[in-house]
Design a protein around this ligand. Structure first.
Ligand SMILES: C[S@@+](CC[C@H](N)C(=O)[O-])C[C@H]1O[C@@H](n2cnc3c(N)ncnc32)[C@H](O)[C@@H]1O
Length: 357
Protein backbone atom coordinates (compact mmCIF):
# COMPACT_ATOMS: atom_id res chain seq x y z
CA UNK A 1 0.00 0.00 0.00
CA UNK A 2 1.48 3.32 -1.11
CA UNK A 3 2.01 6.05 1.46
CA UNK A 4 0.63 8.64 -0.99
CA UNK A 5 -2.98 8.89 -2.26
CA UNK A 6 -3.70 7.61 -5.77
CA UNK A 7 -4.31 10.41 -8.29
CA UNK A 8 -6.95 9.00 -10.72
CA UNK A 9 -5.53 10.84 -13.77
CA UNK A 10 -1.96 9.88 -12.97
CA UNK A 11 -3.21 6.31 -12.48
CA UNK A 12 -4.64 6.23 -16.01
CA UNK A 13 -1.43 7.63 -17.48
CA UNK A 14 0.72 5.19 -15.49
CA UNK A 15 -1.46 2.27 -16.46
CA UNK A 16 -1.33 3.29 -20.13
CA UNK A 17 2.45 3.54 -19.91
CA UNK A 18 2.73 0.00 -18.53
CA UNK A 19 0.33 -1.43 -21.14
CA UNK A 20 2.27 0.32 -23.87
CA UNK A 21 5.31 -1.81 -22.87
CA UNK A 22 3.12 -4.90 -23.22
CA UNK A 23 2.06 -3.60 -26.62
CA UNK A 24 5.78 -3.18 -27.42
CA UNK A 25 6.35 -6.85 -26.53
CA UNK A 26 3.55 -7.93 -28.90
CA UNK A 27 4.66 -5.61 -31.70
CA UNK A 28 8.24 -6.92 -31.23
CA UNK A 29 6.95 -10.44 -31.88
CA UNK A 30 5.13 -9.22 -35.01
CA UNK A 31 8.33 -7.52 -36.24
CA UNK A 32 10.27 -10.71 -35.68
CA UNK A 33 7.66 -12.62 -37.72
CA UNK A 34 7.80 -10.02 -40.49
CA UNK A 35 11.59 -10.12 -40.57
CA UNK A 36 11.89 -13.92 -40.52
CA UNK A 37 9.19 -14.50 -43.12
CA UNK A 38 10.65 -11.82 -45.40
CA UNK A 39 7.42 -9.78 -45.29
CA UNK A 40 9.14 -6.38 -45.08
CA UNK A 41 11.39 -7.34 -47.98
CA UNK A 42 8.31 -8.45 -49.94
CA UNK A 43 6.58 -5.12 -49.19
CA UNK A 44 9.69 -3.08 -50.04
CA UNK A 45 8.98 -1.12 -53.23
CA UNK A 46 5.67 -2.94 -53.79
CA UNK A 47 3.46 0.13 -53.21
CA UNK A 48 0.05 -0.35 -51.58
CA UNK A 49 -0.86 -4.06 -51.51
CA UNK A 50 -3.71 -6.19 -50.23
CA UNK A 51 -3.31 -9.32 -48.11
CA UNK A 52 -4.20 -11.37 -51.20
CA UNK A 53 -1.43 -9.74 -53.22
CA UNK A 54 1.09 -10.27 -50.40
CA UNK A 55 -0.03 -13.90 -50.18
CA UNK A 56 0.64 -14.28 -53.89
CA UNK A 57 4.11 -12.71 -53.59
CA UNK A 58 5.16 -14.80 -50.57
CA UNK A 59 3.23 -18.07 -50.90
CA UNK A 60 1.87 -17.52 -47.35
CA UNK A 61 -1.72 -17.74 -46.05
CA UNK A 62 -3.86 -14.68 -46.82
CA UNK A 63 -5.90 -14.75 -43.57
CA UNK A 64 -2.74 -14.79 -41.44
CA UNK A 65 -1.19 -12.02 -43.50
CA UNK A 66 -4.30 -9.83 -43.15
CA UNK A 67 -4.12 -10.03 -39.35
CA UNK A 68 -0.40 -9.25 -39.41
CA UNK A 69 -0.86 -6.35 -41.87
CA UNK A 70 -3.64 -4.79 -39.81
CA UNK A 71 -1.52 -5.10 -36.67
CA UNK A 72 1.40 -3.42 -38.43
CA UNK A 73 -0.87 -0.59 -39.58
CA UNK A 74 -2.19 -0.26 -36.01
CA UNK A 75 1.43 0.05 -34.85
CA UNK A 76 1.95 2.74 -37.55
CA UNK A 77 4.69 0.64 -39.12
CA UNK A 78 2.70 0.32 -42.36
CA UNK A 79 0.59 2.98 -44.02
CA UNK A 80 -3.09 2.07 -44.40
CA UNK A 81 -5.06 2.95 -47.56
CA UNK A 82 -8.76 2.53 -48.35
CA UNK A 83 -9.67 -0.92 -49.62
CA UNK A 84 -7.55 -2.71 -47.01
CA UNK A 85 -4.28 -1.85 -48.74
CA UNK A 86 -1.00 -1.59 -46.87
CA UNK A 87 2.22 0.18 -47.82
CA UNK A 88 5.79 0.19 -46.47
CA UNK A 89 7.12 3.76 -46.64
CA UNK A 90 10.71 4.50 -47.76
CA UNK A 91 11.58 5.14 -44.10
CA UNK A 92 9.99 1.82 -43.14
CA UNK A 93 12.08 0.15 -45.80
CA UNK A 94 15.30 1.72 -44.43
CA UNK A 95 14.56 0.56 -40.87
CA UNK A 96 12.93 -2.83 -41.51
CA UNK A 97 13.87 -4.12 -44.97
CA UNK A 98 17.22 -2.75 -46.09
CA UNK A 99 19.96 -4.58 -44.19
CA UNK A 100 22.78 -3.96 -46.66
CA UNK A 101 22.67 -0.24 -47.40
CA UNK A 102 20.74 1.46 -44.60
CA UNK A 103 22.48 2.85 -41.51
CA UNK A 104 19.08 2.94 -39.79
CA UNK A 105 18.33 -0.78 -40.15
CA UNK A 106 16.84 -2.15 -36.92
CA UNK A 107 14.82 -5.19 -38.04
CA UNK A 108 17.65 -7.58 -37.05
CA UNK A 109 17.29 -6.59 -33.39
CA UNK A 110 14.03 -8.56 -33.25
CA UNK A 111 15.39 -12.08 -33.40
CA UNK A 112 13.46 -13.48 -30.44
CA UNK A 113 12.46 -12.93 -26.86
CA UNK A 114 14.64 -14.04 -23.95
CA UNK A 115 13.97 -17.79 -23.55
CA UNK A 116 12.22 -18.79 -20.27
CA UNK A 117 15.26 -20.83 -19.10
CA UNK A 118 17.42 -17.72 -19.42
CA UNK A 119 14.86 -15.65 -17.51
CA UNK A 120 15.00 -18.28 -14.72
CA UNK A 121 18.79 -17.99 -14.65
CA UNK A 122 18.56 -14.19 -14.51
CA UNK A 123 16.22 -14.44 -11.48
CA UNK A 124 18.82 -16.67 -9.86
CA UNK A 125 21.55 -14.11 -10.72
CA UNK A 126 19.72 -11.47 -8.69
CA UNK A 127 20.14 -13.81 -5.69
CA UNK A 128 23.69 -15.09 -6.28
CA UNK A 129 25.14 -12.00 -7.97
CA UNK A 130 26.63 -14.19 -10.75
CA UNK A 131 25.33 -13.58 -14.28
CA UNK A 132 25.51 -15.43 -17.59
CA UNK A 133 28.35 -15.18 -20.10
CA UNK A 134 27.58 -14.67 -23.80
CA UNK A 135 28.44 -18.34 -24.31
CA UNK A 136 25.71 -19.31 -21.82
CA UNK A 137 23.17 -17.15 -23.68
CA UNK A 138 23.47 -19.56 -26.62
CA UNK A 139 23.92 -19.18 -30.39
CA UNK A 140 20.89 -16.93 -30.82
CA UNK A 141 22.52 -14.20 -28.71
CA UNK A 142 25.60 -14.15 -30.97
CA UNK A 143 23.34 -13.97 -34.02
CA UNK A 144 21.15 -11.20 -32.60
CA UNK A 145 24.17 -9.10 -31.57
CA UNK A 146 25.63 -9.46 -35.02
CA UNK A 147 22.46 -8.39 -36.79
CA UNK A 148 21.91 -5.50 -34.39
CA UNK A 149 25.44 -4.10 -34.51
CA UNK A 150 26.48 -5.37 -37.95
CA UNK A 151 24.94 -2.91 -40.45
CA UNK A 152 26.68 0.13 -38.97
CA UNK A 153 30.07 -1.61 -38.75
CA UNK A 154 29.79 -3.08 -42.25
CA UNK A 155 29.05 0.29 -43.80
CA UNK A 156 31.17 2.71 -41.77
CA UNK A 157 34.29 0.98 -40.43
CA UNK A 158 36.36 0.61 -43.60
CA UNK A 159 35.10 3.58 -45.68
CA UNK A 160 34.78 6.20 -42.92
CA UNK A 161 36.21 5.29 -39.52
CA UNK A 162 39.59 3.69 -40.34
CA UNK A 163 40.55 6.55 -42.73
CA UNK A 164 39.91 9.03 -39.86
CA UNK A 165 42.56 7.36 -37.65
CA UNK A 166 46.13 8.56 -37.69
CA UNK A 167 48.13 6.45 -40.23
CA UNK A 168 46.09 3.25 -39.73
CA UNK A 169 44.70 2.81 -43.26
CA UNK A 170 48.20 3.17 -44.73
CA UNK A 171 49.67 0.56 -42.34
CA UNK A 172 46.88 -1.93 -43.02
CA UNK A 173 47.18 -1.44 -46.77
CA UNK A 174 50.96 -1.97 -46.63
CA UNK A 175 50.51 -5.19 -44.59
CA UNK A 176 50.64 -5.54 -40.82
CA UNK A 177 49.14 -7.52 -37.95
CA UNK A 178 45.78 -6.55 -36.44
CA UNK A 179 43.33 -7.96 -33.89
CA UNK A 180 39.65 -7.76 -33.08
CA UNK A 181 39.24 -8.53 -29.36
CA UNK A 182 35.67 -9.56 -28.43
CA UNK A 183 35.04 -10.04 -32.15
CA UNK A 184 31.62 -11.71 -31.68
CA UNK A 185 30.28 -12.99 -35.02
CA UNK A 186 33.13 -11.20 -36.81
CA UNK A 187 31.42 -8.46 -38.82
CA UNK A 188 34.27 -5.97 -38.24
CA UNK A 189 36.93 -8.66 -38.58
CA UNK A 190 35.66 -9.86 -41.98
CA UNK A 191 35.12 -6.32 -43.30
CA UNK A 192 38.73 -5.43 -42.45
CA UNK A 193 40.18 -8.74 -43.68
CA UNK A 194 38.48 -8.29 -47.05
CA UNK A 195 39.56 -4.66 -47.39
CA UNK A 196 43.18 -5.23 -46.36
CA UNK A 197 44.30 -8.62 -47.75
CA UNK A 198 48.01 -8.01 -46.96
CA UNK A 199 47.35 -7.66 -43.22
CA UNK A 200 46.96 -10.68 -40.91
CA UNK A 201 43.89 -10.45 -38.66
CA UNK A 202 43.41 -12.25 -35.33
CA UNK A 203 39.92 -12.64 -33.87
CA UNK A 204 39.59 -13.29 -30.10
CA UNK A 205 36.35 -14.15 -28.30
CA UNK A 206 35.71 -16.53 -25.37
CA UNK A 207 32.36 -17.59 -26.87
CA UNK A 208 32.42 -20.75 -29.02
CA UNK A 209 29.14 -19.69 -30.65
CA UNK A 210 30.67 -16.41 -31.76
CA UNK A 211 33.90 -17.97 -33.06
CA UNK A 212 31.92 -20.65 -34.92
CA UNK A 213 30.06 -17.88 -36.77
CA UNK A 214 33.44 -16.35 -37.65
CA UNK A 215 34.78 -19.72 -38.88
CA UNK A 216 31.75 -20.16 -41.17
CA UNK A 217 32.29 -16.70 -42.66
CA UNK A 218 36.02 -17.25 -43.23
CA UNK A 219 35.15 -20.33 -45.28
CA UNK A 220 32.26 -18.64 -47.10
CA UNK A 221 34.40 -15.61 -48.04
CA UNK A 222 37.51 -17.70 -48.77
CA UNK A 223 39.67 -15.50 -46.51
CA UNK A 224 43.30 -16.55 -46.02
CA UNK A 225 44.36 -13.75 -43.65
CA UNK A 226 42.20 -14.51 -40.58
CA UNK A 227 43.16 -16.57 -37.52
CA UNK A 228 40.61 -17.24 -34.78
CA UNK A 229 41.01 -17.93 -31.06
CA UNK A 230 38.38 -19.08 -28.59
CA UNK A 231 39.93 -16.90 -25.90
CA UNK A 232 39.33 -13.67 -24.04
CA UNK A 233 41.49 -10.59 -24.39
CA UNK A 234 43.40 -11.72 -21.29
CA UNK A 235 45.11 -14.29 -23.56
CA UNK A 236 46.63 -11.82 -26.05
CA UNK A 237 50.33 -12.23 -26.93
CA UNK A 238 52.57 -10.77 -24.24
CA UNK A 239 55.06 -9.22 -26.70
CA UNK A 240 54.37 -6.18 -28.95
CA UNK A 241 52.51 -7.74 -31.90
CA UNK A 242 49.75 -5.49 -33.21
CA UNK A 243 49.79 -2.45 -35.50
CA UNK A 244 46.07 -2.07 -35.00
CA UNK A 245 43.60 -3.52 -32.50
CA UNK A 246 39.87 -2.98 -32.01
CA UNK A 247 37.47 -3.66 -29.13
CA UNK A 248 33.89 -3.02 -30.28
CA UNK A 249 31.04 -2.90 -27.76
CA UNK A 250 32.69 -5.43 -25.49
CA UNK A 251 34.82 -3.85 -22.74
CA UNK A 252 31.65 -3.18 -20.72
CA UNK A 253 30.73 -6.91 -21.08
CA UNK A 254 34.01 -8.18 -19.62
CA UNK A 255 34.43 -9.49 -16.09
CA UNK A 256 37.97 -8.05 -15.94
CA UNK A 257 38.24 -5.15 -18.41
CA UNK A 258 41.22 -3.76 -16.49
CA UNK A 259 43.25 -6.96 -17.05
CA UNK A 260 42.29 -7.01 -20.74
CA UNK A 261 43.33 -3.36 -21.15
CA UNK A 262 46.72 -4.18 -19.57
CA UNK A 263 47.05 -7.19 -21.91
CA UNK A 264 46.24 -4.92 -24.87
CA UNK A 265 48.94 -2.47 -23.74
CA UNK A 266 51.51 -5.31 -23.77
CA UNK A 267 50.33 -6.64 -27.14
CA UNK A 268 50.47 -3.27 -28.95
CA UNK A 269 53.48 -2.25 -31.00
CA UNK A 270 54.96 1.09 -29.76
CA UNK A 271 53.47 2.91 -32.78
CA UNK A 272 50.25 0.82 -32.83
CA UNK A 273 46.68 2.13 -32.59
CA UNK A 274 43.81 0.76 -30.52
CA UNK A 275 40.26 1.73 -31.52
CA UNK A 276 37.59 1.37 -28.85
CA UNK A 277 33.90 1.58 -29.71
CA UNK A 278 31.59 1.68 -26.71
CA UNK A 279 28.11 2.81 -25.81
CA UNK A 280 27.48 6.55 -25.80
CA UNK A 281 26.83 7.40 -22.16
CA UNK A 282 27.57 9.97 -19.49
CA UNK A 283 28.83 9.35 -15.95
CA UNK A 284 25.73 11.21 -14.68
CA UNK A 285 22.57 9.08 -14.76
CA UNK A 286 20.42 12.22 -14.95
CA UNK A 287 22.13 13.22 -18.22
CA UNK A 288 21.55 9.72 -19.60
CA UNK A 289 17.85 10.05 -18.68
CA UNK A 290 17.52 12.39 -21.67
CA UNK A 291 18.01 9.36 -23.94
CA UNK A 292 14.46 8.26 -24.90
CA UNK A 293 15.70 4.69 -25.39
CA UNK A 294 17.55 4.49 -22.08
CA UNK A 295 15.23 1.86 -20.59
CA UNK A 296 16.01 -0.44 -23.52
CA UNK A 297 19.74 -0.08 -22.81
CA UNK A 298 19.18 -1.07 -19.16
CA UNK A 299 17.21 -4.08 -20.43
CA UNK A 300 20.20 -5.05 -22.61
CA UNK A 301 22.42 -4.60 -19.58
CA UNK A 302 20.52 -6.83 -17.16
CA UNK A 303 19.85 -9.51 -19.77
CA UNK A 304 23.27 -9.52 -21.48
CA UNK A 305 25.98 -6.91 -20.83
CA UNK A 306 26.08 -6.51 -17.04
CA UNK A 307 25.14 -10.16 -16.72
CA UNK A 308 28.23 -11.11 -18.76
CA UNK A 309 30.39 -8.63 -16.85
CA UNK A 310 29.33 -10.32 -13.59
CA UNK A 311 29.52 -13.89 -14.89
CA UNK A 312 32.49 -14.66 -12.65
CA UNK A 313 32.91 -13.90 -8.94
CA UNK A 314 34.44 -10.44 -8.52
CA UNK A 315 33.41 -9.35 -12.03
CA UNK A 316 33.69 -5.62 -12.73
CA UNK A 317 30.03 -5.46 -13.81
CA UNK A 318 30.31 -2.23 -15.84
CA UNK A 319 27.24 -3.05 -17.94
CA UNK A 320 25.89 -1.43 -21.11
CA UNK A 321 26.25 2.18 -19.95
CA UNK A 322 29.27 1.73 -17.71
CA UNK A 323 32.16 2.46 -20.09
CA UNK A 324 31.65 6.22 -20.46
CA UNK A 325 34.39 8.63 -21.65
CA UNK A 326 35.56 9.31 -18.09
CA UNK A 327 35.91 5.61 -17.22
CA UNK A 328 37.54 4.97 -20.62
CA UNK A 329 40.18 7.67 -20.18
CA UNK A 330 40.99 6.67 -16.59
CA UNK A 331 41.33 2.98 -17.43
CA UNK A 332 43.52 3.38 -20.52
CA UNK A 333 45.74 6.00 -18.86
CA UNK A 334 46.18 3.78 -15.82
CA UNK A 335 47.31 0.94 -18.14
CA UNK A 336 50.08 3.13 -19.60
CA UNK A 337 48.57 4.51 -22.81
CA UNK A 338 49.46 8.15 -23.42
CA UNK A 339 47.29 9.15 -26.39
CA UNK A 340 43.49 9.22 -25.95
CA UNK A 341 41.28 10.90 -28.53
CA UNK A 342 37.49 10.81 -28.55
CA UNK A 343 35.80 10.59 -31.96
CA UNK A 344 32.11 11.17 -32.56
CA UNK A 345 31.26 9.54 -35.87
CA UNK A 346 27.54 10.38 -35.60
CA UNK A 347 26.81 6.82 -34.53
CA UNK A 348 23.64 7.32 -32.44
CA UNK A 349 24.55 4.61 -29.94
CA UNK A 350 28.34 4.66 -29.69
CA UNK A 351 31.41 6.79 -29.08
CA UNK A 352 34.86 5.90 -30.43
CA UNK A 353 38.27 6.34 -28.78
CA UNK A 354 41.60 6.29 -30.61
CA UNK A 355 44.27 5.15 -28.18
CA UNK A 356 48.05 4.73 -28.57
CA UNK A 357 50.93 3.75 -26.24
C1 LIG B 1 28.10 -7.20 -27.57
S1 LIG B 1 29.17 -8.41 -28.17
C2 LIG B 1 30.09 -7.48 -29.39
C3 LIG B 1 30.65 -8.35 -30.47
C4 LIG B 1 31.36 -7.62 -31.61
N1 LIG B 1 32.51 -6.89 -31.18
C5 LIG B 1 30.41 -6.70 -32.37
O1 LIG B 1 30.60 -5.49 -32.36
O2 LIG B 1 29.47 -7.22 -33.00
C6 LIG B 1 30.33 -8.61 -26.85
C7 LIG B 1 31.32 -9.75 -27.04
O3 LIG B 1 32.34 -9.64 -26.03
C8 LIG B 1 32.77 -10.96 -25.76
N2 LIG B 1 33.55 -10.99 -24.51
C9 LIG B 1 33.11 -11.12 -23.23
N3 LIG B 1 34.17 -11.17 -22.39
C10 LIG B 1 35.29 -11.05 -23.14
C11 LIG B 1 36.71 -11.04 -22.86
N4 LIG B 1 37.16 -11.14 -21.62
N5 LIG B 1 37.57 -10.92 -23.89
C12 LIG B 1 37.11 -10.81 -25.17
N6 LIG B 1 35.80 -10.83 -25.48
C13 LIG B 1 34.90 -10.94 -24.49
C14 LIG B 1 31.48 -11.74 -25.74
O4 LIG B 1 31.69 -13.13 -25.85
C15 LIG B 1 30.72 -11.13 -26.92
O5 LIG B 1 30.94 -11.85 -28.11
Amino acid sequence: MSLREVDPDALKRYSFSVWSYKQGEMVSLMIQIGDRLGLYRALDGAGAVSAAELAQRTGLQERWLLEWLRGQAAARLLEYHDGDLFELSPEGSAVLADETDSLSFAGGAFSGATPPETVDKLLEAFKTGIGLSYEELGPNAAHRTERMLGPWTRQELVPKIIPALDGVAEKLAAGGVAADVGCGGGVALMAMAQAFPDTQFHGFDPSNHAIQRCRDKVVELGLKNVELFVAGGEKLPTSPTYDFLITFDCLHDMTAPGSVIHAIRQAMKPDGTWLIKDIRSDPDFKVNMRNPLLAMFYGFSVSACMSSALSEPGGAGLGTLGFNPEVAQNMVTEAGFSKFKLHDFDDPSNLYYEVSP
